[in-house]
Write a protein that binds this ligand. Structure first.
Ligand code: SAH
Length: 694
């Protein structure tokens, strides 16, 4: 079973999570009516599998010009060197994808040297695409594709005993080792290759770097901060603060560089020689660097991680993910390759630490087979157990974001001042709103129904138990009339937020929970309404993850495009979750914000399908390559809380993902034109509906 990377053919988890074995695949869909994740079995050829492929960001890697060029340079150089000393080269391309690196090797191998190329690919639909691309480019008699994981290859059965003397592999993710690169190289060297001295691996080596940084912006995604109320009856205990766990937070730091203050120089932490991977202790390694110092005073809030590859044996050809501010040459930094498939890793210390310039501290570094961990302080470091994530990074930011918090405070003040409220029901997985209500209104009785996440129930209980005992609350585990009497309620509150939500409107599960209650119609609701909004955009880069590849390094990869495009055309206009604060787009925006549908939580829309035609007025010239969608909640009259933007040229909020439709065929548009769409909501199925008409 292949578990660690949830979607191993795309860097980020796109829309649905998935567990893959070589035999079968399950994919999960959020059902907002029931609030459950439905697991669906999918196979290679069916609809859901096509959706997965369409939603993968595989193409982004093929658009990564720098990556492709550095691989090809290293392949040519290595083949030229090897062919001077040996008369037969057997290349193994591990994780061939579209067959790209094998075809580069085939092109570089001149006919004077006898050669053989074997390509392997574990993901079956991709192996089929590789065969088609290789055939399209006329290499099918020179490259053999085996649809297996490299660690399952048998020297005699699969390679006829013909040992490998050159490996090419691009099996790296943002964290370098998260796709299992350590075992991949180690096993190949152990079972399939000739002796180390004569073996060449592309890339030859890798170094992982980190930099210690101060950033309240990054802290917002990691540590729950206390409520700001002066009374502070409710305190968040230390052990309840890091609900996003120890997993990497992957982010393109170049896009948020103004929010980061580097404190130290880049520090090389781990180096890997891919010919000699140490497989002791299950590929784990621990290092403590004594006497690390920073160059300026500050607070160590986070570690930023990146890596660099020596592509060839001499380390002449380099490829890496160095952040923009670490470039020596500002000219080079201007032409930095935008990429989505390899970005940067953010890790957090157990606690932020104040330091003075030149003060000496110890740095703890650890990796297992797939992940990295860092901490800072003084040795000995307490033994750490890996903490899993119970809340997403954006949900953590949702708890901490001051603007959002202040909106709730303002909304609560208005609601509570207008009517006499004694007993409230809170529905949802958000932690902020119940804590704010109990902090601000000690006389209130709050009944808390958290539907899905037992760990969050325990956390909320722990926070409340740790606080002064004046809070009046109780938890319930169902909304049955035996458990709760709706007639005695004065108010029902929700952020609304449910941990299973993926797209913004998945939180409308709140509406469905209300509909199950007959008697809710006279009770005050908070929020009262929701509206789904959209805007037309020209992304600077994000659209590339879906654009067709056509040619890559003069190889025709249209069989790959056809498969992705075919899959995309088979599914509805696709809206995927993205944190848009990570992706720049042209300003001014191409259109104003358009309201598509309003949902009043007091109303029952029965099983209606509400779909309307909209002409989006275009207000700037440009190329429309994306439409962003989000949801706003009306907390009180004239008080809306957004999960996207309030005004056209605002920055996107960091505490919620938005929905994005990336146009397969971007539209060249001019101010004064109109973009026609249909949009609406299918209330029976809880589905947002959307089509572009022009
Ligand atoms: N080599 C291609 C694709 C790189 S993406 C290119 O450079 O464009 C990495 C691919 O490797 C994915 O398709 C993934 O499914 C595959 N993969 C990762 N580890 C593998 C392994 N150990 N054996 C076979 N395939 C692997």
């Amino acid at each position: 079973m292949y578990l660690k990377r949830i979607l191993y053919f795309s860097r980020k988890l796109i829309y649905s999570s998935k567990q893959i074995s070589t035999m079968s695949t399950f994919t999960s869909r959020t059902n907002i009516v029931t609030g459950n994740n439905d697991w669906v079995f999918v196979d290679d050829d069916n609809f859901d599998y096509q959706q997965e492929l369409a939603r993968s960001a595989f193409a982004d890697m093929l658009h990564d010009h720098e990556r492709n060029i550095q691989y090809e340079k290293a392949i040519i150089k290595t083949i030229n060197t090897l062919s001077k000393t040996i008369d037969r080269i057997h290349v193994l391309d591990i994780g061939t994808g579209t067959g790209l690196l094998s075809m580069m090797a085939a092109r570089a191998l001149n006919s004077s040297c006898s050669s053989r190329i074997t390509a392997c690919e574990v993901f079956q639909p991709m192996a089929k695409i590789a065969k088609k691309c290789i055939e399209r480019n006329g290499f099918n008699d020179r490259i053999r594709v085996i649809d297996k994981r490299s660690t399952e290859l048998d020297l005699n059965r699969d390679l006829e005993g013909d040992r490998i003397n050159m490996i090419v592999a691009e099996v790296f993710d943002t964290e370098l080792i998260g796709e299992g690169a350590l075992r991949t190289f180690s096993e190949a060297c152990k079972h399939l290759t000739i002796d180390k001295d004569n073996l060449r691996i592309i890339p030859a080596r890798a170094i992982i770097y980190i930099q210690l940084v101060e950033s309240s912006f990054l802290q917002e995604f990691h540590t729950l901060k206390n409520l700001l109320n002066e009374e502070k009856r409710i305190q968040i205990p230390l052990d309840c603060r890091n609900l996003a766990g120890d997993t990497i937070f992957d982010l393109n730091v170049n896009e948020i560089k103004d929010n980061i203050r580097p404190l130290s120089k880049p520090i090389p932490i781990f180096d890997f020689d891919f010919k000699s991977i140490n497989d002791k202790n299950n590929f784990t390694e621990e290092k403590i660097f004594k006497n690390i110092s920073c160059e300026t005073d500050g607070q160590i809030d986070a570690f930023i991680m990146w890596w660099n590859l020596d592509m060839d044996e001499d380390g002449e050809i380099q490829l890496g993910t160095i952040p923009i501010w670490c470039y020596d040459d500002p000219e080079k930094a201007k032409h930095i390759q935008w990429r989505e498939h390899w970005i940067h890793g953010i890790y957090y210390p157990q606690q932020s630490k104040q330091i003075k310039a030149k003060e000496e501290i110890d740095l703890y570094c650890f990796h297992d087979e797939y992940s990295l961990y860092f901490d800072v302080g003084s040795s000995p470091f307490p033994s750490r157990s890996f903490t899993p994530a119970f809340l997403s990074r954006s949900a953590m930011a949702g708890f901490n974001n001051d603007k959002r918090r202040n909106k709730y405070i303002e909304g609560l003040k208005k609601s509570f001042s207008n009517s006499s409220i004694n007993r409230c029901l809170y529905i949802g997985d958000g932690l902020l709103l119940p804590l704010l209500v109990l902090e601000m209104y000690p006389h209130i009785e709050l009944i808390i129904f958290q539907s899905s996440n037992i760990h969050l129930v325990q956390t909320l209980k722990a926070i409340l138990e740790n606080s002064s005992n004046q809070c009046n609350y109780r938890f319930i585990s169902s909304l049955d009339k035996d458990t709760i009497d709706f007639q005695n309620l004065d108010m029902i509150l929700s952020e609304p937020f449910f941990t299973k939500s993926i797209l913004p409107w998945d939180n409308l599960h709140f509406y469905y929970l209300l509909q199950q209650q007959q008697q809710h119609s006279n009770i005050k609701l908070f929020p009262q309404k929701a509206r789904i909004r959209c805007i037309a955009l020209e992304f600077d880069n994000l659209h590339k993850i879906r654009s067709p590849v056509h040619q890559c390094c003069q190889f025709d990869l249209t069989p790959f495009d056809q498969q992705i495009l075919g899959a995309s055309l088979n599914v509805d206009a696709m809206i995927e979750p993205q944190s848009l604060f990570e992706y720049s787009s042209k300003k001014p925006t191409l259109s104003p914000i358009i309201d598509l549908i309003e949902i009043d939580f007091q109303k029952n829309y029965q099983d209606k399908i509400e779909k309307n035609h909209f002409d989006i007025p275009i207000t700037a010239d440009g190329i429309c390559n994306g439409i962003a969608f989000w949801i706003d909640y009306q907390l009180e009259e004239n008080l809306w809380l957004t999960t996207g933007i309030e005004n056209e040229n605002d920055s996107w909020v960091n505490y919620s993902k938005q929905g994005v439709h990336l146009l397969l065929k971007p539209l060249k548009i001019k101010s004064g034109m109109k973009l026609s769409i249909n949009a609406g909501f299918n209330f029976q199925q809880g589905q947002f509906l959307f089509d572009i008409l022009s």
